[in-house]
Design a protein around this ligand. Structure first.
Ligand code: KQY
Length: 377
């Protein structure tokens, strides 16, 4: 378990399955740092516990918690959720956890990307990030899955796949000089192909307006099924988000996937612009080296940041004026899944949403699916 695998997933016949393929379970981390989560992270912890409980209705959930927070987290999380002690710098399991790949025989392995807190010393969100960079390895050890250590700085929220050879990414993020400054576009493409096992990459331009990750695709667009993409949308033409969504729409209209199909693009309306309130900003402890929280700043709110669980969709509730429409739209996109909403403003205040705080472990083919645990407590 401790050695990294030589070679690459693609060379070994592995591919990243789509999120809508079966999962063995889901991993999360516990929000703790007072310089990102207001009021010593208590409101965020309550929200993360609700997300964990919602996902646990559909599949097993494990939450990594640092030693000082273990007892409090254990008390807040449902009994059916596994809680393991794990050091980390913040709580974005999508980005610091493993990106798992499977082969045709159902074996599962993990890709451990290099992590630099979304930009390192050139615009990264905090320093240090060394504990975050160890999380994927620890998760894979606990899951007893072999690991590839990728030579690229990347995050799980920066990639989506259809499971049939296509990846969806943004130029803003993957080509950002604060990730892999020495690599040209072709080198990044090769890295994505080699480590996700895809043959075709669809490049979108920018991510959601004011997204502090530097344009993660998982806040903007995702695959609903092969050949079908859901896109964060606004009709407000004077909104800085409008040209971003329009450009993505046009690129998706022009795109073909790995199998040569045109894509059906489904628009998922975003909430009206949401902003950080003064009392919310005041609850965050300012610290040098950590992103400042400025009252009035636009939050990167998007309903696309949902998690696809076995049989369910766990979606962020962001604004009572638009939540119901978004839930209905998601139900129509995923008719075979139950849509569960969790009030998620507290996650948004930390800079992401439900997709960003979760990471699935695919079932693969070895009977890894365990029955969902009934949420309690
Ligand atoms: O959205 C994500 N995938 C991560 C957000 C990080 C925000 C840190 N403050």
């Amino acid at each position: 378990m401790t050695e990294t695998l030589p070679g690459t997933p693609a060379a070994d016949g592995f591919r990243m399955p789509a999120e809508f393929e079966p999962h063995a379970g889901c991993w999360m981390l516990w929000p703790e740092r007072p310089d990102n989560w207001r009021e010593a992270a208590r409101p965020a912890q309550l929200t993360f516990a609700r997300v964990a409980a919602a996902i646990a209705q559909f599949e097993p959930v494990t939450v990594g918690v640092s030693n000082p927070h273990y007892s409090a987290a254990r008390a807040l999380l449902p009994a059916g959720v596994r809680v393991v002690e794990m050091a980390h710098d913040d709580a974005w399991m999508r980005d610091v956890g493993p990106t798992c790949v499977v082969d045709a025989r159902g074996a599962v392995r993990g890709v451990d990307w290099r992590f630099n807190a979304w930009g390192g010393l050139e615009g990264g969100l905090y320093f240090p990030w060394d504990q975050d960079d160890l999380v994927a390895r620890k998760v894979l050890e606990i899951e007893r899955l072999d690991r590839y250590r990728a030579p690229l700085v990347n995050e799980g929220g920066a990639v989506h796949v259809d499971g049939e050879g296509t990846a969806l990414v943004t130029e803003e993020c993957l080509l950002n000089a604060n990730r892999n400054p020495r690599l040209a576009r072709e080198d990044i493409e090769r890295g994505v192909r080699d480590y996700l096992g895809v043959s075709h990459i669809i490049w979108l331009g920018r991510g959601v307006f004011n997204d502090e990750t530097g344009g993660h695709v998982d806040n903007l667009a995702c695959f609903v099924r092969p050949g079908e993409v859901c896109l964060a949308w606004t009709d407000r033409r004077r909104d800085p988000q409008y040209p971003i969504s329009l450009d993505a729409w046009e690129r998706l209209q022009d795109a073909r996937d790995a199998r040569g199909r045109r894509l059906e693009v489904r628009r998922l309306p975003m909430p009206a612009p949401l902003r950080l309130r003064a009392r919310e900003a005041a609850g965050v402890v300012a610290r040098e080296g950590t992103r400042e929280r400025i009252p009035g700043e636009r939050l990167a709110a998007s309903y696309v940041n949902f998690y696809i669980a076995n049989g369910g969709i766990v979606m962020p509730l962001l604004d009572t004026r638009t939540d119901r429409t978004a839930a209905r739209r998601l139900k129509s996109l995923f008719p075979a899944r139950r849509v569960v909403g969790v009030p998620a403003r507290e996650i948004l205040l930390g800079g992401g949403n439900i997709h960003c705080i979760t990471q699935q472990i695919p079932a693969g083919g070895r009977g890894r699916i365990r029955p969902p645990v009934r949420a309690a407590g």
